[in-house]
Design a protein around this ligand. Structure first.
Ligand code: ADP
Ligand code: ZN
Length: 221
């Protein structure tokens, strides 16, 4: 029933996109396409491309549009994305949003979700965020892994992301306001935007997201 969903999730850094997208992609049975995760794998693999990407990421700067657009276009061309996808971290600029329109043609996106969380709260969440350096699972000082900063899922080391430091966090949030926030108007003008309150427990937020997605898909039929 929810097949074929082509969704984008927007929201500030620390709004909970990663956590919610992992769950929502299982629920909808579509791949979770996270540009941040793709870029971090490239960094970890130590390729030339990864080294280039890292220089931007550690400072909290955006990767150039054409580079990220190429990555996403390749990923969406894979067979598993033909039934739909959940995009996390892309688009982040108007140039990227226009490129995405072209990539999904002749279809359009089904829905764009904005996970809305006030800035004071994302600042708190980002400074206490910890991630598994192997599989990317997300933890925090308040919800640590069970055993001594060892990932519950894969046994990897749980660490602070190199861009979760104060100056990089500040830079990323500034870039969000400057480059990504205008996308809210871009998509609401196209009647695709649904704003979802991102304050609450992960389960509460998940319930709200499912409700909005189900309603949007129902309306489309
Ligand atoms: P966050 O949303 O917390 O910044 P992500 O994991 O989504 O975390 O992204 C991490 C970094 O990867 C960004 O700061 C940026 O350098 C790079 N990146 C990810 N997606 C994009 C994109 N669509 N355009 C440009 N850079 C990106
Ligand atoms: Zn792990």
């Amino acid at each position: 029933m929810t097949r074929g969903a082509r969704l984008v999730v927007l929201g500030k850094q620390g709004a909970g996109k990663g956590t919610q997208c992992v769950r929502l992609s299982h629920y909808l049975a579509v791949p979770h396409v996270s540009t941040g995760d793709m870029l971090r794998s490239a960094v970890k693999a130590g390729t030339e491309f990864g080294q280039l990407a890292r220089a931007y990421m550690d400072r909290g700067e955006l990767i150039p549009d054409d580079v990220v657009m190429g990555l996403v276009e390749e990923r969406l061309a894979e067979p598993d994305a033909s039934r739909g996808f959940l995009l996390d971290g892309f688009p982040r600029t108007t140039v990227q949003a226009k490129a995405l329109d072209e990539m999904v043609k002749p279809n359009s996106l089904d829905l764009v979700l904005d996970l809305d969380v006030p800035t004071e709260l994302v600042l708190k969440r980002l400074s206490s965020r910890r991630v598994c350096s192997t599989c990317g699972a997300i933890y925090s000082l308040e919800a640590p892994p069970k055993l001594n900063w060892t990932c519950d899922l894969c046994g990897g080391e749980v660490v602070q992301r190199p861009d979760d430091t104060e100056p990089a966090i500040r830079r990323r949030l500034d870039l969000y306001e400057e480059s990504t926030a205008p996308l809210l108007k871009f998509y609401s003008d196209r009647n695709l935007l649904a704003v979802v309150d991102g304050v609450g427990t992960p389960d509460e937020v998940m319930e709200r997201l499912i409700e909005v997605v189900e309603a949007a898909i129902r309306d489309k039929r």
